[in-house]
Design a protein around this ligand. Sequence first.
Ligand code: C5P
Length: 220
Amino acid sequence: SNSTIVTVDGPSGAGKGTLSQLLAQRLGYRLLDSGALYRLVALASINKAISVENASALRDCASTLDVEFAPADDGVTVILEGQDVTAAIRQEHVSMRASEVAAVDAVRTALLQRQRDFAVAPGLVADGRDMGTTVFPAAQHKFYLTASAEARAQRRYQQLLGRGESVDLAALVADIQARDQRDQSRATSPLRPAQDAHIVDSTEMSIAQVLEHMIDIIGV
Ligand code: C5P
């Protein structure tokens, strides 16, 4: 195909979101924030009072998601059924629910084609957990971005504070560990590096350093 795919997978708080956005900008590629899709299914299911046990209702929810990603000055505005949910999908309870609905097979299957449809010329940067393993196994450039759990919790903490959310660091570490655990142990598309992924540990690196490292590897 005439679309170059760059995949960026890894646990939460490793800097995937920021780096994927910067990479896409730098390369002039489109961006797929696949986590946002799982967050949207989570939010929609909360709004519709669908339980995490109800796989078929969750699947229907995922396959009929009425969502729009609109470019904005500070990134992307996420619109669900006509409503701006950009901030709502980032709330901590929605993050938790997202990792629960993401463990439901039928939800992952329902979102698969929707994610692949993001690939356009000249290229796509795909941010998630299974971009390089399941969604885009033939991607030209695969990255697995990680960092220590403490560093990741600390970054998330600063992010949430910046948004005016009051959070408890210890609770955040526990949340991150619970989500990592669920993401790594689920049967379908568990979080793990693709066998041909470049593993980048950002614990001791700045965003700018990681970006340059990734650009070097891509070779542009
Ligand atoms: O990346 P983000 O934190 O926004 O993703 C929210 C949740 O969605 C993750 O904790 C994970 O459980 C799920 N997810 C996934 N597969 C992806 C992207 C996200 O299972 N490709």
